[in-house]
Design a protein around this ligand. Structure first.
Ligand code: NDP
Ligand code: MG
Length: 365
């Protein structure tokens, strides 16, 4: 029995993880559940899975994440933001494997996290990165030329660029292929999610950013591809359903069929096209800010968090993300040019950048 702690159990990834555990009850056991504030939903889960520990971050503080992983073999990290950064590092230092959905942890603290991998393993629960891992493993010994990171393009891919200023939160929350939490769904609409995934791939697979290319694939059937130096390209295909990457992270390949098979009698078109960065400039942000200063990815992420919050409240136009984020990254450039990436610096400057972005959007600075 593998003992699983689920951090962020009430969210989209958290509940799908519980479904995977339900279907693999002979192999996986829930030992702890942590949510942020939705107590009722957490208690329903506690009733069904009977974990030895459960907690709410809003009540008990972040310490409950550390308490939750004490008896676990693996921690599924499906919280949002950088709340779990310290806990991820704690797990890796203490021999507890991590199944990481929360990409923000790698975007902000990738060098700290990857340095700790060894005693414990880090598995990714992001469909693209799971697929990249499989493509690389399938060609054991082959030299990677490029990662081709697929992107659905989100709900506005075919919209006229001039109409983007008027799109509504409801439209942004209607993702064509995936059902996910609201933050990542909005990030998919701006394609900021893809820029986070570029950095996530950089840290997970150790490739420079110019070897990671975004390819728009509207159908979300190919979950990413890897090209090798001999010219071959490996791709992984599956229906868009996060339970597959979750099951692979928890049990490896070769487990039971957990998602619907692809029906090739119905599927006619698989299309691939370059990313339109004029229409979706947020997709390009990581390439633009990564080398500016060590904490630039953290500041980029903080600014975006606030943009999402303001957009969902109807206080920021959809086409103002890019300029807002680049302004915030620039604002901190001189004071952060020599500030290194440490857990404390990430947490401290994340707060400062969020405050600054709020002030900027409220017209206070
Ligand atoms: P959801 O919004 O559906 O769920 C978020 C979870 O985190 C909930 O359990 C929520 O608790 C908790 N939470 C809320 N606020 C905070 C906070 N401030 N600090 C810590 N935890 C908090 O998100 P998703 O499940 O969609 O995404 C979780 C992570 O996984 C994100 O980092 C996302 O980028 C990543 N991811 C998600 C994918 C998906 O398909 N959904 C795909 C790939 C990656 P409560 O319910 O009590 O509010
Ligand atoms: Mg993804």
């Amino acid at each position: 029995m593998k003992k699983v702690a689920i951090l962020g159990s009430t969210g989209s990834i958290g509940t799908q993880t519980l479904d995977v555990i339900r279907k693999n009850a002979d192999k996986l056991q829930v030992v702890s559940l942590v949510a942020f504030s939705r107590e009722e939903k957490l208690l329903e889960q506690v009733k069904e899975f009977n974990p030895s520990y459960y907690g709410l971050i809003s009540k008990s503080g972040e310490q409950c994440l550390i308490e939750a992983v004490q008896d676990a073999d693996v921690a599924v990290v499906a919280t949002i933001g950088i709340t779990a950064l310290k806990c991820v590092i704690y797990c890796l230092e203490n021999g507890i494997d991590v199944a990481l959905a929360n990409k923000e942890t790698l975007v902000c603290g990738g060098e700290l996290v990857m340095y700790k991998v060894g005693k414990a393993k880090l598995y990714t629960i992001d469909s693209e990165h799971c697929s990249i891992s499989q493509c690389i493993a399938s060609r054991d010994g082959g030299k990677v030329n490029k990662i081709l990171l697929t992107a659905s393009g989100g709900p506005f891919w075919n919209c006229d660029v001039n109409s983007l200023c008027a799109v509504t939160p409801a439209e942004a929350l209607a993702h064509p292929n995936w059902s996910m939490g609201s933050k990542i769904t909005v990030d998919s609409a701006t394609m900021f999610n893809k820029t986070l995934e570029v950095l996530e791939a950089h840290w997970l697979f150790g490739l420079p950013l110019d070897k990671i290319q975004i390819v728009v694939h509207r159908q979300s059937i190919v979950h990413s591809m890897v090209s090798f130096t001999d010219g071959s390209v490996m791709a992984q295909m599956a229906m868009p359903d996060m339970r597959l990457p979750i099951q692979i992270a928890l049990l490896g390949n070769g487990s039971q069929q957990i998602i619907a098979p692809i029906d090739f009698t119905k599927l006619v078109n698989l299309t691939f096209q370059p990313c339109d960065v004029d229409k979706f400039p947020c997709a390009n942000l990581s390439y633009e800010v990564f080398d500016k200063y060590p904490l630039a990815p953290t500041i980029m992420n903080s600014a975006n968090d606030v943009c999402v919050e303001f957009f969902l409240k109807g206080k920021l136009a959809f086409d103002k993300y890019y300029s807002t984020i680049t302004n915030v990254v620039e604002h901190f450039a001189s004071q952060l040019c020599n500030v290194s990436v440490t857990v404390d610096n990430i947490i401290n400057w994340d707060k400062q950048a969020q405050t600054f972005t709020k002030n900027l959007l409220n017209g206070v600075v």
